[in-house]
Design a protein around this ligand. Sequence first.
Ligand code: UDP
Ligand code: MG
Length: 315
Amino acid sequence: MLISLIAPIYNEEKNIRLLTEKIDQTMQQYQYEYELILVNDGSKDDSLHIIKQQAQLFSQIKYISFSRNFGKESAMLAGLNACAGDCAIILDADLQHPPERIPEMITYYNEGYDQVVMKRDRTGEHVIRKLPTQLFYKLINKAVDIKLTDGEGDFRLISRRVIDSILSLKEYNRFSKGIFEWVGFTKKTINFKNVERHEGISSFSPKRLIDYAIDGIISYNNKPLRLCFHFSAVTMALCILYILITFIQILRHGIEEPGYFTIIASVLFLGSVQLFSLGIIGEYIGRIYYETKGRPHYIICDTNINETDIQKKVR
Ligand code: UDP
Ligand code: MG
C-alpha cells in the first residue's frame, strides 16, 4: 500500500525541514510506504530551495513548484493530480496538522473508511478568529445543501475512490471543504488539539477569510439568488401597499404632507435592496466568467515528477 502525503507550501522556509523529518520518522516507524508531495505555491522566501534540499535527502519527496501564488486550493489540487497512492493525506506545512496522528488515520482507512477527517477543537484560538468562524458555519449551513462542520478542514485522509471523484469535478472555483462533503463516501471523524503554527505567520488575512467565506456560500447553489428574489418580492408588495394607502388618502383629504421623509426612506431602502441583489447576481456572473474561460488552476514551472505521470491524470 502506497500512501501519498500532500502539503501545500507558501512561505514556509522555517517549517519544511522539521515537517519532512517528522513525517519520515513517523512513516519509517510504522514501516509505511509513502510519497510526500510538496507543492510550492509561489513562495517568496527560500522555501523552494529548502524543498529541493530535502528532496535530495529523502527519495520519497516529490515536489511541484508553481509559476506564482495560485492559492491553497490549487496547490492541493495539484498534489491530488500528481499523487499515485492508494490513499492521500493532505496536511498543512506549518505543523498545525501533527504528522504523529497519521498512523491513527491509516488505521481507520484500513478498517474501510473512505475519508478520515481530523476535527480541530478551537481551544486557545483568538476570539477575533473564533467568533466569525462560528458565525460563518451557522450561515453557510443555512445557505448550502451540504453540511459543513466547524473544525473539519483539509487535514484528512481520502481513499483513491474519493481522490478520483474529486478530480472528476471540473469547476474552476474550488471550495475544498464543500467538495469533500459533496463527494460523500464513508467518513470517520477524529478530534485533534489546535496548536499554534510552528514558525512564521498565517497567510490567511481577515480579508482573505471573508473572500473564502463568500466562495463557500456562493459555490454550491443558487439559494442566495433566490433569497434576493424573495426579498425583493416582499419589498415590492410593501411598496404597492404604501402607494395604494397614500393614493386613497390623497383622494379623501387632498395632499397635506410634504412627504419628504417617506420618499427619501423608500428611495434609500429600495436602492439598497437593488444594490444587494445586483451584488449577488454579480458574484454569480463573475464565477460564470471564470468558468467559461476554462483556464488551468495552476501553472507548473518546476518539478521532479515525471511529466507524463502528472499529465495522465490532469484532464
Ligand atoms: N498556503 C498555500 N497557499 C497560499 C496560502 C497558504 O499553499 O496561498 C498553505 C500554507 O503554506 C500552509 C497551509 O496552506 O501549509 C495553511 O496556511 P496557513 O497556515 O497560512 O493558514 P491557517 O492555518 O492560518 O488557516
Ligand atoms: Mg496554519
